[in-house]
Design a protein around this ligand. Structure first.
Ligand SMILES: *Cc1c(COP(=O)(O)O)cnc(C)c1O
Length: 368
């Protein structure tokens, strides 16, 4: 048997670290969900026990984000990547107005490629030629006023660049892939027409994708969509058109409870996340040994991406880090280097341990 003391500081980009108290609750309730006489894995998705889980999860989410009436909360499957297709199927297919895409990293680029299969798309900003080191200012985006929607990626998980707020797109519906910073900070939900996020970064386990969509965006949907890919049908069925990912929804509920009751809300978690990120960026700023990927103003509070002077040093760094119980720091293969993902569940102590190791590693490699 292993126990919690065998757990390392986990910098995985996703599926990512979960709060220990959430894992403990899930563990203690796994054999028998209180009052149900069976495991949460063994009861009907239409049972009163599961209905209560679904309802509380939605209520907590609405309260945490301040979601007003007029927005549907959908619990879907297929990951964020299915939303790359499902969003344009619902909002773009057959429309005369194009979908506009802001491409600030690899995920936004993929969202654009998938949308192009469904209808007309326009790239309104693309950071690829600059190596995806920053997000654009509003003045750089050439908006098409006759757009069906504008799509942005609030945090680019691979390149570590993040928008500080929703893009100002006037009255055009704003669509946002918030997969890797969902529930990490307060957002002004009314500035978005649709937000989606897979759960396995900040909000629980793989298998669940949360979609918030404003009611008026669902009206023009055509009738030739497969039921499972039609936001309207999913909304009408309360996310239970078929069997939803019950365990991932249960974990999502535990995460929202943790955020509300133990953390104290999104303002509080935002403060913690900013403090954690500042610890690591201070190290990057204090030396030439480590070089951050993102430009300062676009730095992500969730994914800190940096390089060392050589790939040999990077390999050593990862090996040594692993020995200290600092795991999953390898950067995405398309960028290389190091990526420290420090989502909600990463405690400040984990970030301090990484900082200490970075300073020590630099010392041993530059004074020998
Ligand atoms: C992880 C991630 C995705 C892909 O999510 P899946 O659930 O694996 O499809 C898409 N966008 C962003 C920003 C991500 O971080």
């Amino acid at each position: 048997m292993t126990d919690a003391t065998d757990r390392n500081y986990n910098f995985s980009a996703g599926p990512a670290a979960l709060p220990l108290s959430v894992l403990r609750t899930a563990q203690s309730e796994l054999l028998c969900y209180p009052g149900a006489g069976a495991s949460i894995l063994e009861i009907s998705h239409r049972s009163p026990d599961f209905s209560a889980i679904l309802e509380e999860a939605e209520r907590n989410l609405r309260e945490l984000l301040g979601v007003p009436d007029g927005y549907h909360v959908l619990f879907l499957q297929g990951g964020a990547r299915l939303q790359f297709s499902m969003v344009p199927m619902n909002l773009l297919r057959g429309a005369s107005r194009p979908g506009c895409y802001v491409v600030s990293g690899a995920w936004g680029r993929m969202a654009l490629q998938e949308a192009a299969r469904e209808g007309a798309v326009v790239t309104v900003w693309n950071g690829e030629a600059e190596g995806f080191r920053r997000v654009p200012g509003a003045e750089e985006i050439r908006l098409n006023k006759k757009a069906s929607y504008v799509h942005m990626t609030s945090n680019e998980t691979i390149h570590g660049v993040q928008f500080s707020a929703a893009l100002d797109v006037g009255s055009i519906p704003l669509v946002c892939d918030a997969s890797s910073d969902f529930l990490s900070r307060p957002i002004d939900i009314q500035r978005y027409g649709l937000i989606y996020a897979c759960a396995q970064k900040n909000a629980g386990a793989a298998g669940l994708t949360v979609v918030l969509v404003r009611d008026d965006l669902l009206r023009p949907v055509r009738d030739d969509l497969a039921s499972m890919l039609d936001f309207r049908r999913m909304a009408d069925a309360g996310s239970r058109l078929n069997t939803p990912p019950v365990f991932a929804i249960y974990l999502f509920l535990l995460i929202t409870r943790w955020l509300r009751q133990e953390v104290g809300g999104l303002k509080e978690i935002d403060g913690r996340n900013r403090r954690k990120a500042a610890v690591l960026y201070e190290v990057l700023d204090s030396t030439d040994f480590y070089t951050g990927h993102a430009e300062t103003a676009s730095r992500s509070t969730m994914n800190v991406v940096f390089r060392l002077p050589s790939e040999v040093l990077e390999r050593d760094f990862l090996t040594e880090a692993e020995k200290r119980g600092l795991r999953a720091l390898k950067g995405h293969r398309s960028v290389g280097g190091i990526r420290a993902s420090i989502y909600n569940a990463m405690p400040l102590e984990g970030v301090e341990a990484l900082r200490y190791f970075m300073l020590e590693f630099e010392n041993t490699r530059t004074t020998s």
